[in-house]
Design a protein around this ligand. Structure first.
Ligand SMILES: [Zn+2]
Length: 437
């Protein structure tokens, strides 16, 4: 009886044996129920047909895995008209019919999964003596019913990425309960507007400072007041302050206005740029003047920091001390040291553009001597280009600024979307194979 209390087994079971083999605690119990209800007609049944053993995983005991061996009976249904002639006694809610784990273990895995996620959850359950895997934990979470979206008065909306930098969705949060209430498959204004139009009770929309969600809210929830959320306000403020400080750094350092003006001119109009080589796949439009000015200001600020680091190093300070003084991580300093010279910021990854499939064509036309942007725009428009003419001019800017685009012979007639590294690899293997024969 004490053992049963300790194990908290349901009524109608008698523990017959407990043994430990290979680190697993096996608890055998037998059903003592004399009368059970038919699951179909709910009438009482007392005639036992046969019995068999159910093997189930249960909650761990003192860090040991627990296996339950429950001997249960099958009964005859005594109602002549009932379609179910024989049935197994039910032990719900302790164990659901056909389950291989007890309900309490199932719930425990769900709780751990909700708190930690799949991979981390698997590490936690492993330490607790629960045998499961991250996939099962995810399945258990996914099996939980999704709460229906109730009325929401204050809605928070922002984007998130399914795959960083490639595929985005929209997250919707109830700003009063701080709960995520829905996810949308993209970040288009139409999708956001459609969702909001089904919630006429929204009276406040907290969003980023981009135009899409603003337009979506205007369309889908015209009754709502729109506000910029705190995160984006802070982010913009921090960026603006950093940029201002970067621009004013000479002024701050020397207190001399003319020095700043001179230096800024130098930064904005760098003299005689060397010819730069870019592949046709990475060919991207030149940044506008404002972005370029910002980039140069940030670069100048980094350069200042670099000079400061070099001066401290010359004075004999170690990386840890320099890091503390200039507010950088020791790792950054190590990387700088490894490079041996001022580390230029890496080029930003090129974003996919509608212009991409026509890049090779435009480049070959440019090399033939056609350097008129409007003419090139008309030509690729006839081939199906759906982007704007302005975009074509922006792509041509680097060419005008002495940047050489390297065109690969193979990719000359291949639209970039169709280019596949895997296909290229297979093609090369095929050529090698044929060559050997
Ligand atoms: Zn029945």
């Amino acid at each position: 009886m004490e053992v049963k209390l300790l194990l908290s087994l349901p009524e109608g079971f008698e523990v017959t044996n407990i043994e430990r083999t290979d680190g697993i605690l096996t608890i055998s119990a037998v059903s003592t129920q004399k009368s059970v209800c038919c699951p179909l007609c709910s009438s009482a049944a007392t005639r036992i047909h046969s019995s068999y053993t159910r093997t189930l995983a249960d909650l761990p005991c003192a860090g040991q895995q627990v296996r339950l061996l429950l001997q249960v009976h099958t009964f005859f249904c005594q109602v002549a008209t009932c379609a179910r002639k024989i049935f197994v006694e039910r032990i719900a809610p302790f164990i659901e019919p056909w389950a291989r784990v007890t309900t309490r273990l199932h719930q425990m895995v769900q709780v751990i999964g909700l708190a930690t996620g799949g991979m981390l959850g698997a590490r936690v359950t492993d330490r607790l003596g629960i045998q499961t895997c991250w996939m099962t934990i995810i399945r258990r979470i996914m099996a939980l019913p999704t709460a229906s979206v109730e009325e929401v008065a204050e809605l928070g909306i922002d984007d998130f990425s399914f795959r960083r930098g490639r595929k985005f969705g929209t997250i919707l949060v109830d700003m009063q309960s701080h709960q995520v209430i829905d996810l949308l498959p993209d970040r288009k204004k139409e999708t956001a507007a459609a969702w909001m139009s089904t919630h006429p009770e929204i009276d406040l929309v907290s969003r980023d400072r981009g135009g899409d969600y603003a337009a979506g809210a205007r369309e889908g929830a015209p009754q709502a007041t729109q506000i910029a959320d705190r995160f984006h306000m802070y982010k913009n403020l921090v960026e603006a302050v950093e940029l201002t400080l970067a621009r004013c750094r000479a002024e701050i350092r020397n207190g001399a206005f003319h020095a700043l003006a001179e230096e800024e001119r130098e930064m904005v109009e760098p003299q005689s740029l060397p010819t730069e080589f870019v592949s046709v796949e990475n060919w991207k439009p030149a940044p506008d003047a404002c972005t370029e000015r910002e980039r140069l200001s940030r670069r100048a600020e980094r350069h200042d920091r670099y000079t400061q680091v070099m001066a401290l190093r010359a004075q004999g300070f170690g990386n840890a001390e320099i890091a503390r003084r200039v507010g950088l991580t020791a790792r950054t300093l190590q990387n700088w040291q490894k490079k041996g010279s001022f580390p230029e910021a890496g080029r930003r990854r090129k974003r996919p553009s509608r212009f991409d499939p026509y890049a090779s064509y435009v480049l070959s036309r440019w090399e033939q001597g056609c350097q008129n942007g409007s003419q090139l725009y008309r030509e690729i428009k006839e081939q199906g280009y759906t982007g704007q003419e302005r975009q074509v001019h922006r792509f041509l800017l680097p060419l005008r600024k002495n940047v050489r685009i390297i065109q690969k012979a193979q990719s000359a007639h291949l639209p970039l979307q169709d280019f596949s590294a895997h296909q290229e690899k297979m093609k090369r293997r095929w050529c090698m194979y044929m060559g050997r024969r």
